[in-house]
Design a protein around this ligand. Structure first.
Ligand code: FMC
Length: 265
């Protein structure tokens, strides 16, 4: 490589280490479902943004406010315009995160939400995990290298001090666009060595990496994937209680993050 080609890389590195050394100021919390977000919106007294950052007519929602030294933003896909249900899944997550990063240039993204957990990997209902890595389980492309692209394994931003302070369980998160689990998905989830299964995490990680924003993943277990209860039933039954556990953990994480820089997390 010609010497002048090296220059931007050096500057990039200097910029990255700079951001890692100044206190975190703007946080974006992406939460797919309204029920999951409500306790945090109330806790931090966030206000809905009526002068939207987003394109006119999209259902995407942003709640924002100031808490201690932090600008906190909770963003959501909102309700599907045709069907009126929360826009869960990878497609809307990617779009909302893209638009949000573009507009707010946050220092950190937290994807908070519910997930299925595998009891063979130590998950129980109500546990809140921090994901160490995320990957997809429904993008099977059996062609060399495309196979790895499909899996899209990515590291979460490393936050060893948050893990210690909050005493969090750690596991890998596997993402796909279905709540149920087909035998193909199951094989991929096992190959991903996942403890958790959700519908947004790996998509958030993809966009965050693309736009160079650190991302962490806090996931609360609503249902046991390798248990004997039907997933949808167990999910709906536990959603409200588990959301309370998620709220507690996210709030503690925010308190820990306040006043710190990325390298102290
Ligand atoms: N499988 C996939 N997703 C989820 C899950 C499971 N067993 N339990 N909870 C979830 C999460 C997804 O990320 C969605 O946002 C929502 O809850 C279910 O539609």
């Amino acid at each position: 490589m010609a010497p002048h080609d090296d220059q931007p890389e050096v500057e990039d590195e200097a910029m990255v280490s700079d951001t890692h050394k100044r206190p975190i100021s703007t946080i974006v919390i992406f939460i797919a479902m309204h029920t999951e977000a409500l306790p945090l919106v109330n806790r931090f007294q966030l206000k809905e943004d009526h002068d939207s950052l987003f394109p006119e007519g999209v259902p995407w929602v942003r709640y924002h406010g100031i808490y201690k030294d932090l600008h906190i933003n909770i963003v959501q896909p909102g309700k599907d315009s045709a069907l009126g249900v929360d826009g869960v899944g990878t497609v809307s997550a990617s779009l909302v995160i893209y638009a949000t990063i573009h507009a707010l240039k946050p220092d950190l993204i937290i994807n908070a939400g519910t997930a299925g957990g595998f009891k063979v990997k130590g998950a129980a209902i109500g546990d809140v995990f921090l994901a160490s890595e995320v990957a997809f389980h429904d993008r099977r492309i059996p062609i060399p290298v495309f196979d790895l692209y499909g899996v899209g394994l990515r590291q979460a931003f490393s936050t060893p001090n948050i893990v210690k302070e909050l005493n969090l369980k750690i596991g890998r998160l596997s993402t796909g666009d279905s709540l149920d689990m087909s035998p193909h998905d199951e094989a991929s989830i096992i190959a991903n060595d996942a403890t958790l299964k959700d519908m947004e995490g790996a998509a958030v990680a993809y966009v965050a990496e693309l736009l160079k924003v650190p991302a962490m993943f806090l996931k609360a277990v609503t249902d046991i994937v390798d248990g004997d209860k039907p997933t949808a039933e167990e999910f709906l039954q536990n959603l409200s209680d588990v959301t309370a556990a998620l709220d507690e953990t996210v709030a503690k994480a925010i308190d820990f993050i306040n006043g710190k820089c990325l390298s102290e997390l």
